[in-house]
Design a protein around this ligand. Structure first.
Ligand code: ZN
Length: 289
């Protein structure tokens, strides 16, 4: 039976989409559609300090303007706390969790959690929860970055799966949502590559399938900095989506003919999907123009 991908785009509504985030949306969309698969949309809005509902509306509007039409309902992480809590209970049983009261200040400068609270026996109701990490090595083949091998125990140590404010950590929420929505093909930015071993570790602990992964090169600005909200990357145009999409498709190694551009974003995406090969994405992308 041939593989039918289920991909997803999972933005955080902390600002409008910029070219770097739209680049990821277009790549994940094309990669799923080119193989006859589904493409889901998930709003990662667990960071209540930084997420804003009007940015969520703007993101949906932007995707529609670019003819990036998703399948099914939009998932919102803020509505899924009870589901995350169920999976947390499974981690309690195996491999086990413990409460951690270490502050960011206390852990500053340490890449790996040193296990300070492992034997403190703290009450989890007031603190973050960390999962016990064993010494296993996580190997996976990234479709763009090649063979990867990481050991979470030395990379990050026991990591947080439940936050002090009593909701899922990013790592747990992503793993649970991908599994519950049937996502089997993840296309996302290379800034998340070093999260992947932790997420596969959680998949193994929870007996969930591991999706295939492709981590995309990050777009940079003229100063060579990653395009991001933190670096004040400008929002993509809602007035002229065709020019923006044409630039993104060229960056993805799949330029479309000017005659197609006159037919709009839907026709451009269809043409790029007909010709799609994820391996044609250039490994480095240089400054955005
Ligand atoms: Zn601690």
């Amino acid at each position: 039976m041939s593989f039918l991908p289920v991909g997803r785009f999972a933005p955080s509504p902390t600002g409008p989409l910029h070219r770097g985030s739209l680049f990821i949306a277009v790549a994940s969309y094309l990669d799923a559609r080119a193989r006859g698969g589904r493409w889901l949309l998930r709003i990662e809005d667990l960071d209540t300090q930084r997420c804003r509902p009007h940015y969520q509306d703007l993101i949906l509007q932007t995707l529609q303007r670019y003819a990036l039409n998703w399948d099914g309902e939009v998932w919102r992480q803020s509505a899924r706390r009870e589901v995350y809590a169920e999976f947390l209970q499974r981690l309690h049983l195996h491999p086990g969790l413990y409460a951690c009261r270490c502050s960011r200040l206390h852990l500053r400068g340490q890449e790996r959690y040193p296990g300070t609270c492992r034997h403190r026996g703290l009450d989890g109701a007031e603190h973050a929860l960390r999962v016990y990490v064993d010494a296993r090595r996580i190997d996976f083949d990234d479709r763009l970055c090649g063979a990867q091998s990481d050991q979470p125990a030395t990379q990050c140590g026991d990591f947080v799966v439940w936050r002090r404010d009593q909701n899922a950590s990013y790592q747990l929420a992503v793993v649970v949502d991908d599994a519950c929505s049937g996502v089997n093909s993840v296309v996302r930015g290379a800034d998340l590559l070093d999260n992947t071993a932790r997420q596969i570790y959680l998949q193994q602990m929870l007996a969930l399938a591991t999706p295939e992964y492709a981590h995309l090169p990050l777009l940079c600005d003229a100063q060579g900095r990653k395009l991001s909200k933190q670096n004040h990357a400008p929002a993509v145009s809602l007035e002229d989506p065709v020019s923006e999409l044409a630039a993104i498709l060229t960056r993805l190694g799949h330029p479309v003919a000017p005659s197609l551009c006159r037919q709009g974003c839907g026709a451009m995406l269809a043409a790029a999907a007909a010709d799609w090969d994820v391996r044609r994405i250039p490994p480095t992308t240089g400054p955005a123009t």
